[in-house]
Design a protein around this ligand. Structure first.
Ligand SMILES: Nc1ncnc2c1ncn2[C@@H]1O[C@H](COP(=O)(O)OP(=O)(O)O)[C@@H](O)[C@H]1O
Ligand SMILES: [Mg+2]
Length: 448
């Protein structure tokens, strides 16, 4: 059966006279190419590409047409999928906070996403075409190393390295990279994902510090309660013992041989009493009585008490107290305790040393992180603290002194008091050179 080709052309196109147009163009140019919808027998439509050519008889007249029609359904589908994939990938790349960079085989940057631009502070155009090693702190050497691993293992995972921002700031990043291939599987470059660790590292360090601080503070609080109980329990029998001792001493006649022995017991009791006092001081639960105070006052008081003793120990004391410091909110008795403890630690340390024994007590004003601190430093030229015990010295009951000399409570008491004052206690020490303890107290705002 003969059918006119026209039935495969949609009715509306036929009405517009498309067939005549095609015939005219084909006659004129010998060939007509076009894309349009066509109609199947069941009435459904599909996109099609067609080429129409004219058949010409020997006299040069057009005797008919040949049309080659190709169904474009599959191609259109692929095109749409490709476009969607591309848009999807572009979206993913653009919204990733991690940096994504591709390079060619020589290491020249061929693409970078917005995350990378922001991380580095460069605009895309500044980097496209430049060599990736320019971003690496270790330069070309590191780029080669990464490429070697890529060639050997196809990928690099979680490689920690440092890169340079445009403003020369160094960023710690973690890099994962793999090889880029074309359709035939040939390697055409690399793709790398850069995760910025700098911020994370900073936060981690801060968190650790805070945690250590909290642990220290809560340990001290728990211990304070325990110690308060112990001190209380010890005090009663001690009082009884002292009283009875006193009575016995009074009743002994002058040349009794036990008199010396009782002296020894008395001295032991006195020592116990001193320790109990220390424990009570340490566990004192009451809040400090804060008032505006010139920090030089408790420093001077502490020196007044210890000066003679320092002289006896051949220690040369230098005091450098700044005048006109802003006041601090503080309890003068508690601060005096702190300085007494620090000075007696310095004295013990200097006792262990031959020759040059110097103690420097200094007060000054310091600006740090936008805050003003009144600082008291106690610095000795003693043997110093070995690094492996440096972070233990503030722990309650940690002492390196012989039994009977140290209680190990001095520095933890200082720590607690300074903490209660909203301040900080820092220890810098170098074996063989000496130790410096710094007490930082928040300076009060000047009232003008
Ligand atoms: N100025 C210092 N020089 C050297 N070591 C020190 C100094 N201050 C403290 N230390 C060390 O810290 C430890 C703990 O000090 P502290 O808490 O005051 O307890 P104590 O003085 O009773 O031992 C000391 O035993 C000592 O090892
Ligand atoms: Mg001490």
């Amino acid at each position: 059966r003969k059918e006119n080709i026209g039935i495969t052309i949609p009715a509306e196109e036929r009405e517009r006279g498309i067939q005549r147009q095609i015939a005219a163009r084909t006659r004129a140019e010998g060939l007509c190419e076009l894309e349009m919808e066509r109609v199947r027998k069941d009435g459904s439509r599909f996109p099609a590409h067609s080429v129409v050519t004219a058949m010409v008889d020997p006299e040069g007249r057009v005797s008919g047409f040949v049309e080659i029609v190709r169904d474009l359904t599959r191609r259109r589908l692929l095109e749409r999928q490709l476009r969607e994939t591309k848009e999807f990938l572009e979206n993913v790349m653009a919204s990733s906070v991690d940096g994504i960079v591709t390079t060619d085989l020589k290491g020249h940057i061929t693409f970078l996403n917005r995350g990378m631009e922001e991380m580095l502070g460069y605009a895309r155009e500044e980097l496209l075409g430049t060599h990736i090693s320019r971003l690496y702190v270790k330069g070309i050497q590191e780029a080669r190393q990464i490429m070697e691993v890529l060639r050997a293992r196809q990928r690099v995972e979680n490689y920690e390295m440092q890169i340079l921002r445009k403003d020369q700031e160094v960023l710690s990043i973690i890099n994962s990279a793999s090889l880029l291939r074309d359709g035939e599987g040939n390697v055409i470059g690399t793709v790398g994902v850069f995760k910025d660790l700098t911020q994370q590292k900073r936060l981690e360090a801060k968190l650790k510090e805070t945690q250590a601080h909290l642990v220290e503070a809560s340990k001290l609080r728990a211990l304070g309660e325990l110690v308060a109980g112990v001190a209380h329990e010890l005090n009663n029998p001690l009082m009884a013992s002292q009283t009875i001792l006193h009575v016995i001493e009074g009743e002994l006649h002058q040349d009794c041989p036990n008199k010396d022995r009782l002296q020894v017991i008395r001295r032991c009791n006195e020592r116990i009493a001193r320790i109990v006092d220390h424990l009570r001081e340490f566990s004192r639960q009451d809040r400090p009585e804060l008032r505006p105070l010139d920090v030089n006052v408790p420093v001077d008081n502490a020196l007044l008490i210890t000066e003679q003793q320092l002289l006896d120990h051949q220690i040369h004391l230098e005091r450098r107290l700044a005048q006109g410091l802003p006041p601090v909110m503080a309890d003068p008795n508690q601060l005096e305790q702190v300085f007494l403890n620090l000075i007696s630690n310095a004295r013990d340390a200097l006792d262990e040393k031959e020759g040059n024994k110097e103690l420097l007590i200094q007060t000054l004003l310091e600006q740090r992180a936008g805050h003003r601190w009144v600082v008291v430093t106690v610095k000795d030229t003693g043997p110093g603290i070995p690094p492996e015990i440096l972070d233990k010295v503030m722990e309650p009951f940690f002492t390196t002194k012989p039994v009977g000399r140290g209680t190990g409570l001095g520095l933890s008491l200082c720590f607690k008091i300074v903490e209660d004052h909203g301040g900080m206690l820092e220890i810098n020490s170098q074996v063989g050179l000496g130790t410096e303890v710094r007490v930082l107290l928040p300076a009060m705002m000047s009232t003008g």
